[in-house]
Design a protein around this ligand. Structure first.
Ligand SMILES: *[C@@H]1O[C@H](CO)[C@@H](O)[C@H](O)[C@H]1NC(C)=O
Ligand SMILES: *[C@@H]1O[C@H](CO)[C@@H](O)[C@H](O)[C@H]1NC(C)=O
Ligand SMILES: *[C@@H]1O[C@H](CO)[C@@H](O)[C@H](O)[C@H]1NC(C)=O
Ligand SMILES: *[C@@H]1O[C@H](CO)[C@@H](O)[C@H](O)[C@H]1NC(C)=O
Ligand SMILES: *[C@@H]1O[C@H](CO)[C@@H](O)[C@H](O)[C@H]1NC(C)=O
Length: 677
């Protein structure tokens, strides 16, 4: 179609006319005054870019980069007045922009973007992912931020009370929105405004209007598809007193971030006025997104020939630009297979195999940190940043759909908690390589089992137990989805240089939406930590994690593995051993004597009792992780349960811990994986 049109136009139009039209089109693309500006496309626009943000050759402002999980910032370089310094009143402003979010996979969203008003155009402290590159976890919510943003959010973060994965929100100093609504626009109907839903990740350009009336403290946000005139009712209309948020001078711009699943965030046009209404964007002049949807407005029929011609030429120019862009995008797609080698502090990213090969000295045995049921772990150091990493190499991973894999990585990578080992990135090829923060002190089992060189004292052990409880609480209850760890045990707990404990190995973690059930076909876990019901149903739940955490508390306190084999070959289960002491009224004697004399008996007993409570065979009788944390913090008294009841419960289900046929070949604490019996 395009090929047929081009010669036709070339016949009609001489080169000279074409050049003249192109240069006038470029000249009108951007203009600004002291109190306003308009960019119909960003060709030659003076915009301050940061991170992944870039102005594409066709004049599109692109905020994201397909190869990095990075932030992108784009700010107008000069500030505008936002506060009347004599009256202290917030000033009015108005802005309108056209954006498009083009997801990597259809219907699969990554993180969103935000129109931002900030004291500084440099927000380099902003984290990607759910923070939109605006805030980090420490200063999110801090009134000193003085940031006002309109978020276009495409992921539901329950910890920020997001209403869904497709909403618009007004944010003041925090990504927890003051007010938000599902993306939609109002049309008139006989019964009043009727809101039509919009999908932010449809890949189609959409227009937004943000208007603030300082006198009335009215803050309105309106969104609509390009072919719809400005809806008569805004989507969000809030009364916000911004006088204590705004400064005399503020910068305006856009902040964005993607995740491991990337989406492209484009701004196609932007108009702003610090006083009065922002000028209307010239939709026929804004650039088109590569491979994007043809704008309806640029095809206006029934116009006199004199207007149709220049529009035709503009179309021609735009299509040529689009053609070039398509070529560029194709090229970039090829290029993106060559993954980047750049060290960032955030989120999971793709590493080159080569990078990790070099970092680990070719996966040399002298860098081997350990090996488990799922692969070997190597220590490494990134060449450029000198950052120390741990690389888990999984050789035989099932090649499920690429999509499923990436979404899993992106889930794991978005989990952020001080008591979880951070997944930094991955490389996927013949082997699956997962890159984690390196934990200098290694895994906890070395310090509690056998003959440890540095036995831990009680305060260290108690802190480790509380650390892991807090990490597990985050997985179960505080993150946007319930994540079940499935393999809690001392060897999966890693220690940093200060003996802070972090829960590692999410190789087994699967997301479990609160509503849905986890259907598993295999029982995965470690003998001695497996809850009895797991062997029957094969279904991992938060309760089975709590069971494993109970075994973990006991082993850390007693310095013994949860299942041991006596020299006689008889199996000894740790919880029974503890219960024996309890029944004799000498619970404290069950502790690991290597912890020395510096211990608080109440704490040791509390942990032992709680460990028994979590080991109850009946899933419903076990506490939840939030209760466990409250018991450990002693904010909640432990329920009074007599030891006789406990042991009666345990012995009434005599097989509860014989979850797998323990043949003589299995030694203690060996990872197992096999079909449910
Ligand atoms: C994405 O970012 C990387 C690293 O900053 C850079 O090398 C690459 O050129 C960027 N890609 C695009 C398409 O801009
Ligand atoms: C994306 O969602 C739309 C609307 O729900 C649906 O029609 C379409 O089939 C989906 N596409 C894919 C690839 O799932
Ligand atoms: C978060 O941002 C604040 C303010 O810019 C900065 O002082 C702090 O160091 C940042 N915290 C992290 C963890 O990056
Ligand atoms: C529009 O979206 C909202 C929120 O996602 C949903 O509850 C509602 O059913 C949708 N309406 C239509 C007509 O699809
Ligand atoms: C807005 O907030 C400022 C500072 O907190 C206060 O002085 C002012 O009275 C408020 N304005 C109104 C109308 O409530």
């Amino acid at each position: 179609m395009l090929q047929k049109l081009i010669p036709l136009f070339l016949v009609i139009i001489t080169k000279g006319v074409l050049l003249a039209v192109v240069s006038t089109a470029l000249a009108t693309a951007a203009s600004s005054t002291n109190s306003s500006f308009i960019f119909n496309g960003f060709q030659d626009a003076n915009i301050r870019l940061n991170g992944a943000a870039k102005i594409e050759p066709g004049g599109i402002l692109r905020l994201t980069n397909t190869t990095t999980n990075d932030v992108g910032h784009a700010f107008y370089p000069k500030p505008f007045p936002f506060l009347n310094s004599s009256s202290g009143e917030a000033l009015s402003f108005s802005t309108s922009f056209v954006f498009a979010i083009v997801p990597q996979f259809q219907n699969l969203s990554s993180h969103g973007l935000a129109f931002t008003i900030s004291p500084s155009p440099d927000i380099s402290a902003g984290f990607p992912d759910q923070y939109f590159g605006l805030f980090n976890m420490t200063h999110n919510g801090n009134p000193k931020n003085r940031i006002v943003a309109v978020e276009l959010d495409t992921i539901q973060n329950k910890e920020f009370y997001d209403i869904n994965n497709n909403h618009v929100g007004i944010d003041v100093n925090s990504v927890i929105s003051l007010s938000s609504a599902p993306a939609s626009y109002a049309v008139r109907s006989s019964t009043g405004p009727l809101f039509h839903n919009l999908s932010l990740i449809s890949g189609k350009p959409m227009r937004i209007w943000v208007e603030h009336d300082g006198k009335n403290m009215q803050f309105n946000v309106t969104i609509a598809p390009l072919d719809v005139v400005k809806p008569y009712v805004p989507l969000l209309s809030s009364i916000v007193n911004l006088s204590s948020v705004f400064l005399d001078q503020m910068f305006v711009g856009f902040c964005s971030s993607t995740g491991a699943i990337y989406g492209m965030h484009y701004i196609l046009g932007w108009s702003f006025s610090s006083n009065g209404n922002a000028e209307d964007l010239d939709l026929s002049n804004i650039p088109q997104i590569p491979g994007g949807v043809v704008q309806e407005n640029s095809r206006k029929p029934n116009k006199p020939l004199s207007i149709v011609l220049p529009i035709g030429i503009t179309l021609l120019v735009l299509s040529t630009v689009a053609g070039v862009l398509i070529v560029l995008v194709r090229r970039r797609k090829n290029f993106s297979e060559v993954m980047q080698d750049r060290d960032t502090v955030y989120g999971p990213r793709r590493f080159l195999y080569r990078t990790l090969y070099r970092a680990t000295g070719g996966f040399s045995n002298k860098n081997l940190l350990g090996s488990g049921g799922f692969g070997k772990v190597y220590k490494g150091q990134l060449q450029k940043s000198k950052k120390e990493i741990a690389v888990k190499r999984i050789s035989e991973y099932s090649r499920q759909g690429m999509k499923e894999f990436i979404s899993e990585i992106s889930t794991i990578g978005r989990l952020r908690h001080r008591n979880l080992v951070q997944l930094l990135g991955y490389s996927q090829g013949r082997d699956l390589l997962l890159v984690y923060d390196y934990m200098p002190k290694g895994s906890l089992d070395k310090y509690i089992f056998g003959r440890p060189q540095e036995p831990l004292n009680w305060p260290q052990r108690f802190k480790i137990i509380k650390d892991i409880a807090s990490g597990l609480l985050y997985l179960h209850e505080e993150w946007e989805q319930t994540v079940i760890h499935r393999d809690i045990k001392a060897s999966n707990v890693l220690l940093d240089a200060e003996f802070n404990a972090k829960l590692g190995d999410f190789g087994l973690a699967r997301q479990l939406d609160r509503e849905s059930n986890a259907h598993t076909t295999r029982v995965i876990g470690t003998l001695g930590y497996l809850a009895p019901e797991l062997s029957i149903s094969g279904k991992a739940t938060t309760n089975t994690d709590v069971f494993a955490f109970g075994a973990f508390m006991l082993e850390v306190t007693c310095g013994k593995r949860p299942v041991q084999f006596r020299t006689s070959g008889v199996q000894m289960v740790l919880v029974d051993w503890v219960l024996e002491y309890w029944m004799k009224g000498e619970l404290i004697e069950a502790r690991d004597k290597r912890m020395g004399g510096d211990f608080a008996a109440v704490e040791v007993e509390l942990v032992l009792r709680l460990g028994c409570l979590c080991s109850l065979p009946e899933a419903a009788s076990r506490p939840s992780m939030s209760q466990v944390v409250q018991y450990l913090e002693r904010n909640l008294p432990l329920p009074e349960i007599s030891v006789c009841n406990l042991s009666a419960l345990n012995s009434s289900t005599p097989n509860h811990r014989l979850v797998v046929d323990v043949s003589s070949t299995i030694s203690d604490g060996v990872p197992i994986s096999g079909p449910p019996s």
